[in-house]
Each structure stands twice: as structure tokens, then as C-alpha cells.
Design a protein around this ligand. Structure first.
Ligand code: A3P
Ligand code: MG
Ligand code: MG
Length: 375
């Protein structure tokens, strides 16, 4: 039971300032970065079109080559859109207990961190993030850190009120997934609705997701990470080495675009690296949503593409920071009551600050959890 109590309030009155960790504290460039263990899958699950979590692979999709010049605005008016919410950890916890029932206990022992992949991506890419700050809720229960993204009400409204111009760009990404996947291995997509273009894999319903939960290790910290996987190449074996990540990006028209793309590659890289996804297919599109070319990137080869450039990023910096971040959290939350809820705030260019939530804030978090049926 991780239900917070009023104890949290007492702590927040303590006169000590909030602990913080600055990037400079983990910036030693000579120190060897902590090792990251090759992820292995513990369990997979699916969200149905009605957004019901089930322990099947019903939402698993298989890679197919997309048609030439795919038009990504197709069937925009038929998009079944899942409202933007807070990425709650409940589905992952549910998967973890299902894994406990199914898998050898040794596979599930000794974890230090449980989180969605998106959260870990944000943490590890923080040293290079120039614009977007973020907040996390953190709980520490029986030696395990649970991370969850925290979005303010205002930020949540912002995400749901995006302009149509931006919303269709989001849709382009999902439409690309439709063209690149089919529901059985080796099957070519046959249009279902009159007017569908060749290769269209079915209308987009963003409730539907196939997720993989993996175990891995950063330095000495064992982690359970869950994330959506877009599709697999060939047969599904349960190993991550057939996973494929699909992305869209604007066509590169000059050196300025190229720099932008190469900076973005850090996020593509980290997102895939964390789940052990070996391959990323990028569809380059026009502003109006026409795919002009596609390119396969091998995840492990991406860092080499940017090395030595002025806007280069280095995964070793990310891993060192990740290790320092976990040490920092563990040092501050160890020995504190499991009922405390912590907030980590990241400020671009600076680092992170940690504080314990007061009772009113905890109540808000709990109310949110209850609203989505977590507690
Ligand atoms: P892109 O391929 O165009 O990025 P993912 O790539 O992680 O599988 O996500 C699929 C699509 O969801 C993305 O397609 C993008 O349209 C949308 N998406 C993912 N993360 C997003 C975010 N943080 N904000 C807005 N849209 C996002
Ligand atoms: Mg995806
Ligand atoms: Mg994708």
C-alpha cells in the first residue's frame, strides 16, 4: 500500500533547503559511465480499442514496407483519439504483478526502479534538453523507486487544446504506423474501406497499444521499464531483437534541418535503446504529410552519426547523469517513510531539485490516481 499519509506535511516544514543535483556534479568526462545491461522482456500486454488492458498480444503489429509516397493525412477524420492524460504507472504495476505470477521469482527480485520508458528517456536526455522542463512524482517503497510523470492541470489543458495544425502533425506519426504495419506476419495490407490507398493498414485508434516490459540494469540498479513497441520484424519471438520503432520527421532541406534532426536523434536513440529496440525506421515527410523517403537506423550506430559535430551528444554523458541521478535520489529517500511522495523538478541547463510533497499536494496526486483507478 503506497497511500500517503499526513506524515508528509511534517517533513516539508523542515528548515533544510531542498536537495538539488546540478549537471556539473556528474560532468566528469573521464569517468567510465555506468554499464547499461541489454534489456530482456519480462512480459507484454495490449490495450484494446476500448482501452482495456489485457495480457495478450492482440495489439502487436508486424512490420511491412510502406507504400511509396504514402499520404499521412489519410483518414484523419476517422482517428479514434485517446485524450491526453497523465501517463500513470498503474498499467505497468498491473503487468508487474502478472509477471510475478508467471515468471521465476529470481527474475523479479532486487529491483531499484520501476517506470515507463518515456520517463527514463526524459531523465537520461536531460543533460541535452534545452527547452522543456518536467516534473516527476517519486515514491520509494520497499527499496524500489517508482517514477511517474507529473503534469500540472495547466500543462494538461495545453496538451489537449493543441491547434488543429499541430494535431494533424501528431496524426501523421500514427498514420505512418498504419502504413508500416499489418496484423499478421508477412501479410500485405488490403484496403478495408472504399477510398483507402494501397498499403493502408487500417484506421488509427490511439487507444490501441502493444507494450513490452523489460528488465535491465543501470550500474548497480536493476530496473523494470515498460514502453510501447510499434511493431516487430518477421515472427514474434518474445525477444527484443525483432522490435522496430517507427518515426516520422520533416524532410531535411539543408544544414539547419540536418542539425535539428541530429539533435532529435538523441531522443530516438534513447527511447529505443532503453527497451532494447535495435532498429528505427524514419519516414521523412513534407509539411503536408507526404512521405518522400524512408531510412533505417540501427540504434547502436546512431551515436556515431553525430560524434565530433558541434551539436554532438554523447550517450556516456547521459548514462553518467542517470547514475548520478539515481544515487542522488536513493541517498535522500532511503530511510524515509514509504508514505512520502516526492517531487523531482528538472530545469533545463541546470539540473534537478527534490522535495517532499505536503499533505495537500499529496491529496491532489492521490485524487488523480483515484480518478484513473490506480488506488
Ligand atoms: P512520430 O513518429 O511522428 O514522432 P512514437 O514515435 O513514440 O511511437 O509515437 C508515435 C506518435 O505519437 C509520434 O509520431 C507522434 O505523432 C506522437 N507522439 C509521441 N510522443 C509525443 C509527444 N510527446 N507529444 C506529441 N506527440 C507525440
Ligand atoms: Mg510508439
Ligand atoms: Mg514510433
Amino acid at each position: 500500500d503506497c497511500r500517503p499519509t499526513a506524515k508528509a506535511r511534517k517533513r516539508s516544514r523542515s528548515p533544510t533547503g531542498n536537495p538539488h543535483l546540478a549537471f556539473s556534479a556528474s560532468a566528469s568526462l573521464t569517468e567510465k559511465p555506468p554499464a547499461f545491461q541489454q534489456p530482456t522482456q519480462l512480459i507484454s500486454f495490449s490495450y484494446t480499442p476500448e482501452r482495456v488492458l489485457e495480457f495478450t498480444d492482440s495489439a502487436l503489429r508486424y512490420f511491412v514496407d510502406p507504400p511509396r509516397n504514402a499520404q499521412l493525412s489519410h483518414a484523419y477524420d476517422r482517428w479514434e483519439r485517446r485524450p491526453e492524460g497523465r501517463a500513470r504507472i498503474d498499467g505497468l504495476l498491473c503487468a508487474l504483478s502478472a509477471a510475478r505470477a508467471k515468471r521465476h521469482p529470481a527474475l523479479l527480485a532486487g529491483f531499484g526502479v520501476v517506470a515507463w520508458r518515456g520517463v527514463i528517456t526524459r531523465i537520461l536526455t536531460a543533460p541535452y534538453e534545452e527547452r522543456e522542463g518536467w516534473d516527476l512524482n517519486v515514491m520509494y517503497v520497499d527499496g524500489v523507486l517508482y517514477f511517474e510523470e507529473h503534469l500540472s492541470e495547466a500543462r494538461l489543458r495545453e496538451k489537449n487544446d493543441i491547434e488543429p495544425r499541430h494535431r494533424i502533425q501528431t496524426y501523421f506519426g500514427y498514420a505512418f504506423e498504419s502504413y508500416c504495419t499489418s496484423d499478421s506476419p508477412g501479410a500485405t495490407n488490403v484496403p478495408q474501406t472504399p477510398g483507402d490507398p494501397p498499403g493502408w493498414g487500417g484506421d488509427v485508434n490511439t487507444n490501441v497499444q502493444w507494450c513490452s516490459v523489460v528488465r535491465t540494469k543501470l550500474g548497480d540498479t536493476r530496473m523494470v521499464i515498460g514502453g510501447e513497441v510499434d511493431c516487430v520484424r518477421g515472427k514474434y519471438t518474445g525477444a527484443t531483437d525483432t522490435f522496430v520503432e517507427l518515426k516520422t520527421s520533416l524532410v531535411i532541406r539543408g544544414p539547419h534541418d540536418e542539425v535539428k534532426f541530429e539533435k532529435k536523434l538523441l531522443k530516438f536513440y534513447m527511447q529505443s535503446f532503453l527497451l532494447g529496440v535495435p532498429e528505427i525506421l524514419v519516414g521523412f515527410r513534407t509539411p503536408a504529410g507526404q512521405v518522400t523517403t524512408t531510412q533505417v537506423f540501427k540504434t547502436v550506430e546512431i551515436p556515431r552519426l553525430v560524434r565530433g559535430k558541434p551539436h554532438a551528444w554523447d550517450p556516456a554523458v547521459c548514462l553518467r547523469w542517470g547514475g548520478a541521478f539515481l544515487d542522488f535520489l536513493q541517498a535522500h529517500v532511503k530511510g524515509r517513510p514509504a508514505t512520502d511522495v516526492w517531487r523531482v523538478r528538472f530545469t533545463p541547463g541546470t539540473g534537478v531539485e527534490l522535495r517532499v510533497l505536503d499533505a495537500a499536494e499529496v491529496k491532489d496526486v492521490v485524487a488523480e490516481e483515484e480518478r484513473v483507478g490506480f488506488l
